[in-house]
Design a protein around this ligand. Structure first.
Ligand code: AMP
Ligand code: MG
Length: 338
């Protein structure tokens, strides 16, 4: 795999040729790195599923260069959808819209809707503008692994599978986009992200969060978003997620689960806990979001038996962090509320 450190005219030409030849290119966005293919080519899209080992019924998000492109590939059916587009695009926001026929069925896993996103990251924008086709792109990681937020974390994973990766440094946000579908004129968050329920309420007054965001789906036919069904974001080491809004209780919870070779991944208030290895994930929700996927990968390098991860309050960006961490730990979650 070749790492492209800048988008010179020459490199842009290389990438365009790759995309037009139905090959994959890994590129940076403000959320996480994406593994992209021409969204109008069924063959190119097939390669994403193969390389990522992704379930065929888990649809891909289509990335566009600007808002004018949306109606070429999808229908905006009501004023709520339009308001969300006007308010949150470009940005870390995916809107599920009725699809048009030019989007191949393997992109959307045979659904009649398509997820549309317009990244705000400058490199992503330049890439999308230059290749002149919409780009289907899931997160750049083998399915079930933590999403890629820097080149050094994912280079080996895709080394013989993808020829080019554009290096844009560390992903600013570090968690995938907020996925929203408007149902009966109300936005419903299918996957929480940096754009929060509160942000959406400020614009359209009302916003629901799918009940599956924080729990395991028992009736699989009820998943509004197929991605909810799969194990995600997981290091190889076993994980336990713990949360308390009382620091002493949190420490008790950790003590009672500490074993041989246990890593604690949490904020600085836990730094004095004696354990095999303490890893500080930051003290603000923004820092945690930015650091978490890369640190989960780092945890695997210590030959530990268990990672105890400190949870956060499930509001604002905290909801997105907990949505990921609950899946990281395979629903192995303990909380004590005061
Ligand atoms: P990823 O590609 O890894 O960022 O994951 C994309 C997420 O968007 C997954 O959870 C998908 O299930 C979800 N998604 C994509 N397209 C649709 C759609 N048409 N309807 C519902 N969810 C979707
Ligand atoms: Mg993903």
């Amino acid at each position: 795999m070749k790492v492209l450190n800048e988008l010179s005219e020459n490199n842009l030409e290389i990438i365009k040729t790759e995309i037009k030849s139905d090959n994959l290119v890994i590129f940076p966005t403000e959320t996480v790195y994406g593994i992209g293919a021409n969204a109008l080519s069924e063959d190119a899209v097939n390669k994403i599923f193969l390389v990522k080992e992704r379930a065929r019924n888990n649809p891909l998000i289509v990335h566009l260069k600007d808002k004018e492109e949306i109606t070429k590939y999808a229908k905006v059916n009501n004023s709520v959808e339009q308001k969300l587009i006007d308010s949150f695009m470009p940005g870390p926001f995916t809107l599920i819209l009725e699809k048009k026929d030019n989007i191949p069925t393997n992109v959307t896993a045979n659904l009649d809707t398509v997820g549309i996103r317009i990244p705000i990251n400058e490199i992503a924008h330049k890439f999308l503008e230059y290749v002149e086709v919409p780009i289907a792109a899931p997160s750049a990681n083998i399915s079930s692994r933590p999403s890629g937020t820097k080149v050094s974390d994912i280079k080996d994973e895709f080394d013989n599978l993808v020829d080019y990766i554009i290096d844009g440094g560390e992903s600013k946000i570090g968690l995938e986009s907020t996925v929203v579908k408007v149902i009966d004129n109300t936005p419903v968050i299918l996957r929480p992200g940096f754009i929060t329920k509160e942000d959406i309420e400020n614009v359209v007054g009302n916003c629901l969060v799918s009940e599956n965001v924080l729990k395991e789906i028992d009736d699989k036919s009820k998943a509004e978003s197929p991605g909810m069904l799969y194990r995600h974001y997981a290091p190889k080491t076993k994980c336990l997620l713990v949360y308390s809004n009382d620091t002493n209780k949190l420490k008790e919870l950790i003590e009672s689960n500490l074993g041989d070779k246990t890593i604690i991944l949490g904020s600085s208030k836990l730094s004095d806990t004696s354990c095999y290895k303490f890893i500080n994930y930051g003290d603000t929700l923004e820092d945690i979001s930015h650091n978490i996927f890369s640190l989960l990968r780092k945890c695997d390098t210590y030959d530990a038996n268990l990672i105890i991860i400190e949870g956060v309050e499930k509001v604002g960006l905290g909801l997105a962090i907990m949505n990921r961490l609950i899946r990281t730990s395979n629903f192995n979650y303990q909380e004590i509320l005061k």
